[in-house]
Design a protein around this ligand. Structure first.
Ligand code: NAD
Length: 250
């Protein structure tokens, strides 16, 4: 299974301090990649396990709502590892309020981190990847790339955009040896879904629809992440891979 091996590859993972990004960072490290773990918050978990894998991990505190962070992230990865082979655009936020009351700030904050930063970090990473005609970009989409959700209008808009930007970049950059794919996680137990899991009515309604009968965990994304980060997926491009315990099939 050498096509899944990431030895000698270097990866940037945003939102790597906790949740799905932390699970993805651990998976890429276990497959052999060096990791630049980017987050605006200090690490919650996972670094010791990654260090045990014999790969290098570097942490960078950066706020993706600031455009200046984009260049800093890519230049740090190049300074530390010499190149960027893999970018996982994972960091994201959600704001919940009825559409009729939704504020401009909740619209702009979500769109800036979930969509604008995804595009411009991909652009900055691709400029380095093109030099070697090799790169793997993975954007984290959502079930709300396909569905409208409930009281999360800017989140649904931002994740619909992530799916479309993924395809747009795949079309342009395949000729440069870069694949651009997305993972659409289902309902996963992280800070992002704490409010939903604590609401007994919503929590039951969600669980009732998941054929797997449970919330997903960060570990559930590991296989998809390593696949899309590795040579095993070289002919997969512009795809949104749903990892949802069967939710969309119902
Ligand atoms: P989380 O809230 O547990 O983790 C998100 C991480 O991103 C945090 O470490 C946070 O500090 C970081 N982050 C947020 N804003 C940032 C910024 N401006 N700059 C730098 N870092 C920032 O959430 P999660 O569930 O792990 O979500 C990860 C991704 O998966 C997000 O894009 C989210 O939309 C997506 N997603 C989550 C679910 C789910 O059910 N949890 C489902 C579908 C998609």
């Amino acid at each position: 299974m050498t096509s899944f091996d990431l030895t000698g590859r270097s990866a940037i993972v945003t939102g790597a301090s906790t949740g799905l990004g932390n699970g993805i960072a651990r998976a890429l490290a276990a497959a052999g990649a060096d990791i630049l773990m980017v987050d605006r918050a200090p690490r919650e978990a996972g670094i010791d396990e990654i260090k045990g894998k014999g790969v290098r991990t570097v942490s960078l505190l950066a706020d993706l709502s600031r455009q200046e962070s984009i260049g800093e992230i890519v230049s740090t990865a190049i300074r530390e590892f010499g190149k960027v082979d893999i970018l996982v655009n994972n960091a994201g936020i959600i704001r919940r309020a009825p559409a009729i009351d939704f504020s401009e700030k909740d619209w702009d904050d979500v769109m800036n981190i979930n969509t604008k930063a995804v595009f411009f970090l991909a652009q900055a990473a691709a400029r380095d990847m093109m030099k070697r005609k090799y790169g793997k970009i993975i954007n984290i989409a959502s079930l709300l790339s396909f569905q409208g959700g409930i009281i999360v209008p800017s989140y649904a808009a931002s994740k619909g955009a992530v799916a479309q930007v993924t395809k747009a970049l795949a079309n342009e950059w395949a000729q440069h040896g870069i694949t651009v794919n997305a993972i659409a996680p289902g309902y996963m137990a992280t800070n992002n879904t704490k409010a939903l899991r604590e609401d007994p009515v919503r929590s039951k309604a969600i669980l009732d629809r998941i054929p797997a009968g449970r919330w997903g965990t960060p570990d559930d994304l590991q296989g998809a992440a390593v696949f899309l980060a590795s040579a095993a997926s070289d002919y997969v491009n512009g795809h949104v891979l749903v990892v949802d315990g069967g939710w969309l099939a119902r």
